[in-house]
Design a protein around this ligand. Sequence first.
Ligand code: PMP
Length: 358
Amino acid sequence: MSQKIEELARANVRALTPYQSARRLGGNGDVWLNANEFPLPVPFELSQQTLNRYPECQPKRVIERYAAYAGLTPEQVLVSRGADEGIELLMRAFCEPGKDAILFCPPTYGMYSVSAETIGIEYRTVPALDGWQLNLPAIADQLDGVKVVYMCSPNNPTGNLINQDDIRKLLEMTAGKALLVADEAYIEFCPEATLAGWLQEYPHLVILRTLSKAFALAGLRCGFTLANKPVIDLLMKVIAPYPLATPVADVAGQALSDEGIALMRQHVAELNANRAWLFEQLPQLNVVQQVFPSETNYILVRFSDSPKVFKALWDQGIILRDQNKNPGLAGCLRISIGTRNECERLIAALQALSLEQA
Ligand code: PMP
């Protein structure tokens, strides 16, 4: 019976390996450093009591506040169920299944390929160069038939920014042919690197943002697509009629108030200080081979025996994200920056392993 049902499904869905989100991977931890979340909850109270009514498709207060925060106009902002929905809406609006392609540069965020596979769109990959920068000549060779290029900066899971000169070249290369989507999910940790100011120059530039990281609201599921009006108008054609639940819009509006933004900036400063502390501590451990620079709320680390480190920490309730299967990341684990106490527990556990190995 279940065999028959399986056969009814689309071939690409049968073949699909779903995104292995941190929550799906499970674990029994009390130090969660595997999903790049903010480590502590921020308190909110719901003020909207009108759940008998459908919500606004694009809640005005959320759009206006995000536009002000990003230095854009409201017509350049679309809000959706996380940045993940933005990734998919772009494919649904711009790529013809079976005909057009998307392109991205691994190692990078896993949802670009999962969304493409789900929808039935070819994806092309151009591996990043040393230092995880763009291989522009190889991208140029692969651009035929590509409608959307996804570029994550700062990149997940490596933590680096993409060189802005290269981004300009990529924008010139894709002009009139494809959208360039800059995934800025982690931009609050290095706000000076945003490309938001470039939108007026490039009609084919799109920027993805989220409240899941620096704003400490991963459970809210709220993200933004920033682009010029013609792009936003097309996305509005394919978005669900009511993408944001009323309580989501309510909390998002509060998070984007002046006080909400000030709190977010304070949290970012705390995490950046913890990151600096980890950058002092990690290289001193003999289980650690390489610590990669990071502009984000996570650090990519190469270990001499990463499966052993991963398991030993897992058994102590410290949950990291394994990156071994990601191209070029053998031996690497990704560590989200937690509270100072969580960082200290991490370092103590790694110190104990380092002593064993010495
Ligand atoms: N882009 C990147 C680079 C991410 O790391 C994530 C979160 N894992 C997302 C997009 C999706 O964010 P959201 O929670 O807003 O769907």
